[in-house]
Design a protein around this ligand. Structure first.
Ligand code: ZN
Ligand code: CU
Length: 496
């Protein structure tokens, strides 16, 4: 007897193949039957709906969210069953709970508390909280560097580099899927290419990844892509480029040249993949984007405040409107926010991306989807936190026809699961873990907006995580079925 069967449903198996109609049966957390399934304790009528593997968010900053918001409702409600955390060079571990070293994450990770030091300890702390979805981790350059060198604006000594490598290797041994960098951020921006390549090379014995928020995503985008390709090649690892974009009006359209360069590398045999979020605005810590000696006016004019401990009343408003109201120049408003107490913890949204570039990105066959959502639930976060995956299906598949539904599902499931080493996930096939999303392809849509970002999407009927019904008809089931995944290995707690 099966635990659950979803009957007469359109099955998109995640491979990119067209849907087939049939049943999917679940037993002991895994998919037990596809096509024709026998009796089950729970029977779900799938008529008129589509069943796909649970979506994989390849670009998450949920390290701290797993501790603070273990229900992970903002992801689960989208049909996301697994995230990759530790992106952009910021990860929960390694960590020294007693150290006074700078908290380089500055709120991006929603705060990391606990006495764990390494990935094993972090996984145990998360599992105690019964997380709703699965997590795969990267180990971050900025985190490792700050632990070893604080915010030193120089290259590491040979001893420091050796210590950093030991931290990276330890995380990989404990199941991390790769090494991430965020080279626009502190302290990563003070590292030379060589340092990053040497650390990325720690991933080579594991055949794991190097993922990067590149050194530049605007005027020097193409140079930054070149550096990323060089690091991937020198380190001998798979390169994954995070949130590919060309920021700033003067650079719009450059993603075509950047993707052409990636294609050339692919043709030459290099392993390269990318991810993108389906919005024309980015988001991050405001302090990272401005030099207070020379405030960039063009950028200041397209800034919206997401969360701001110093001025809660600014949250959800454009900086230029705040400036006008106070009789300030917009560049002065930047200084007002950033020099206030805790001003460095301000998260902003910046409208810097061209819609056509988003479509160009989504049309590329090696482009995955990553939300890059920052799980700060106070204020008004970027709507990508709640809307990314349904938005791709609604806007770019159904309305704009940029990619087909089976192809979009492939890019959100099997391609991501295979690339990031999620064992037995990403497909609807016998033996795979039953991470599943049941949705209405004619109705699925994001409802999160910049004004009202904390809204769950429509058209997602049910979500199963490891075979457990976790979200249904807009209700969280509190199944707590998420696992801590290890690269190309069994998850923590599962038999090998
Ligand atoms: Zn980033
Ligand atoms: Cu990021």
């Amino acid at each position: 007897m099966l635990d659950t069967v979803i009957r007469d449903v359109e099955i998109l198996d995640g491979s990119g193949a067209a849907a087939i109609r049939g049943d999917v049966g679940i037993r002991d957390g895994r998919i037990d039957a596809v096509g024709d399934a026998g009796e089950a304790r729970h029977v779900v009528d799938g008529r008129g709906l589509t069943l796909a593997p649970g979506f994989v968010d390849t670009h998450a900053h949920d390290d701290g969210a797993f501790l603070r918001f273990p229900d992970m409702a903002f992801k689960l409600a989208q049909g996301v069953t697994t995230v990759v955390s530790g992106n952009c060079g910021f990860s929960a571990v390694p960590r020294d709970p007693e150290s006074a070293h700078a908290d380089v994450t500055g709120g991006i990770l929603a705060g990391i508390r606990g006495d764990f030091r390494d990935l094993e300890g972090y996984f145990a702390a998360v599992l105690e909280r019964r997380p709703a979805i699965n997590n795969m981790m990267l180990v971050g350059h900025n985190t490792v560097r700050a632990l070893e060198m604080d915010l030193a604006q120089r290259s590491p000594t040979p001893q420091e580099l050796a210590n950093m490598k030991a931290h990276v290797t330890r995380a990989l041994e404990q199941g991390a899927c790769g090494f991430s960098s965020g080279l626009i951020y502190r302290p990563g921006r003070w590292s030379l290419t060589q340092e990053v390549a040497e650390l990325a090379a720690c991933a080579a014995p594991f055949d794991a990844l190097y993922t990067t928020h590149m050194r530049n995503e605007g005027d020097q985008l193409l140079e930054a892509v070149e550096e990323a390709l060089t690091i991937g090649r020198d380190a001998g690892v798979h390169l994954h480029i995070s949130h590919h974009k060309a920021a700033g009006v003067a650079n719009w359209g450059k993603v075509r040249a950047s993707l052409a360069r990636v294609d050339k590398a692919l043709d030459a045999g290099q392993r390269v993949t990318l991810d993108v979020y389906p919005y024309t605005a980015g988001s991050g810590r405001m302090v990272e984007y401005f030099n207070l000696e020379r405030v960039n006016r063009e950028l200041a004019e397209v800034i919206r405040i997401a969360s701001c401990p110093a001025f809660r009343e600014f949250e959800g408003r454009m900086l230029k409107d705040i400036a006008a109201e106070r009789g300030l120049d917009v560049t002065e408003a930047v200084k007002l926010v950033l020099t206030a107490p805790q001003g460095d913890r301000t998260i902003c949204i910046h409208f810097t991306i061209d819609e056509t570039d988003v479509e160009t990105n989504l049309a590329h066959a090696d482009m995955m989807v990553g939300s890059d959502g920052i799980p700060d639930l106070r204020g008004r976060p970027h709507p990508r936190l709640f809307g990314t995956f349904p938005r791709v299906l609604a806007r770019y598949v159904r309305e704009r026809g940029i990619l087909s539904l089976p192809e979009a599902v492939r890019r959100m499931t099997s391609l991501s699961a295979r690339t990031f080493g999620m064992q037995d996930r990403g497909l609807i096939a016998t033996g795979q873990w039953a991470d599943l999303v049941l949705f209405d392809p004619t109705a699925v849509m994001d409802t999160a907006t910049y004004d009202e970002p904390k809204q769950y999407p429509g058209g997602i009927a049910s979500v199963w995580v490891n075979g457990k019904l976790s979200w249904t008809d807009g209700t969280h089931c509190d199944a707590g079925a998420g696992k801590m995944l290890r690269y190309r290995r069994a998850a923590v707690g599962d038999a090998a």
